[in-house]
Each structure stands twice: as C-alpha cells, then as structure tokens.
Design a protein. Structure first.
Length: 72
C-alpha cells in the first residue's frame, strides 16, 4: 500500500500536513519547527509552506492527497 503525504489547507495562514516523512518535507521547505497536532495526527504549518510541500512532492513523484477545506 503506498504511503501518502496528506495536505489540508484550511485558511490563508494555516495548513496541516501528515504522512510518512511529512515533518522532514516541511523542514526542508523552510519551516523552523512545525507543531505536532495530536488530535489531527498532523503537523501544523503555514499555507505557503504547505504549498511548497506540494511542489516538492510533485517534483519527487511522491503520492499526495489534497483535502479541500469545508466552507470556502
């Protein structure tokens, strides 16, 4: 079963990234210290960093799941 990086952009300033290797991708994209959100089982970061993570995954051909934020 393939491992996915899951990206959920919830607003212009907040996003959640999860999956195997997600923290390393976030740090590689320039985040200083992503915050682990235990209830979501995801790393909290900015929408800009999450967009950079999407681009990096695309460049490396990593499988990605994008979750649309409800209500936007």
């Amino acid at each position: 079963m393939p491992r996915f990086i899951t990206v959920e952009i919830v607003s212009k300033s907040a996003a959640y990234v999860s999956g195997h290797g997600a923290r390393e991708l976030i740090v590689e994209c320039g985040a200083k210290s992503p915050m682990w959100m235990p209830r979501r089982h995801a790393w909290a970061t900015s929408a800009k960093i999450a967009s950079d993570v999407l681009a990096l995954c695309d460049m490396r051909n990593l499988p990605v799941r994008m979750i649309e934020a409800v209500g936007e």
